[in-house]
Design a protein. Structure first.
Length: 215
């Protein structure tokens, strides 16, 4: 199983500097644990995409595949051969996925790739801040949320695009999506399976395969 690639130390130092400036200005203090949580989340942001939690596992996975493939096509200017090499699959598989998800390559390759990554960074930061909403002064948190957009833009400029294989991306998605579902259901496998419309045996097998643990 692949271990997630953390942010490179030089990039991480620049990101922490941006975080310290924004947190200090809005909260009046520097919060190392919050910085650590955000940088960890950003280290995962290459596959961190918004997938509605109300979908079944299979529906969510298809949605992820579509968004991930669009992002890779955009990052490589619609060059299917390059995308196939990066993802570790053959060109026929990429063409088949493009048809399956009805992706217009001409529109995707000229789309706002930088804006898309900025949005991914924005979601990663906001989802992390949500865990601290009840801890700090509401007015200070509101000011902090107001600066997330500009902070995300600055951070997106210093984090390079990282290539990841199709198999690794899907494994990351399954770990995140299933892990969130388990947390929502207090690691009750039966309830999680019902919510995701999977068999209990399937959920148990994936928990073991993905190394998911309670707490």
């Amino acid at each position: 199983m692949r271990k997630r690639t953390d942010l490179e130390e030089t990039v991480k130092a620049r990101v922490i500097s941006l975080l310290e400036e924004t947190l200090g200005k809005n909260l009046g203090v520097v919060v190392p644990k919050m910085e650590e949580d955000i940088t960890d989340k950003l280290g995962q942001s290459q596959t961190a995409m918004y997938i509605p939690s109300g979908l079944s596992f299979n529906q969510a996975k298809k949605k992820f595949q579509e968004q991930f493939l669009k992002r890779e096509l955009r990052a490589h200017f619609g060059n299917v051969s390059v995308v196939a090499r990066v993802l570790g699959v053959n060109r026929r598989s990429v063409h088949r996925a493009i048809r399956e998800h009805r992706i217009d390559v001409r529109r995707v390759k000229t789309g706002p790739g930088e804006n898309l990554f900025k949005e991914e960074v924005d979601r990663s930061i906001r989802s992390t801040l949500d865990h601290y909403r009840e801890i700090f002064n509401p007015l200070k948190m509101e000011k902090l949320y107001g600066d997330v957009s500009s902070l995300s833009r600055d951070i997106a400029e210093v984090i390079p695009h990282q290539d990841i294989s199709w198999r690794e991306a899907e494994e990351d998605f399954e770990r995140d999506f299933l892990g969130e579902a388990l947390l929502r259901n207090e690691f009750n496998i039966s309830r999680t399976a019902k919510q995701l419309r999977l068999r209990v045996e399937t959920v148990s097998r994936k928990i073991k395969k993905l190394g998911l643990r309670k707490g």
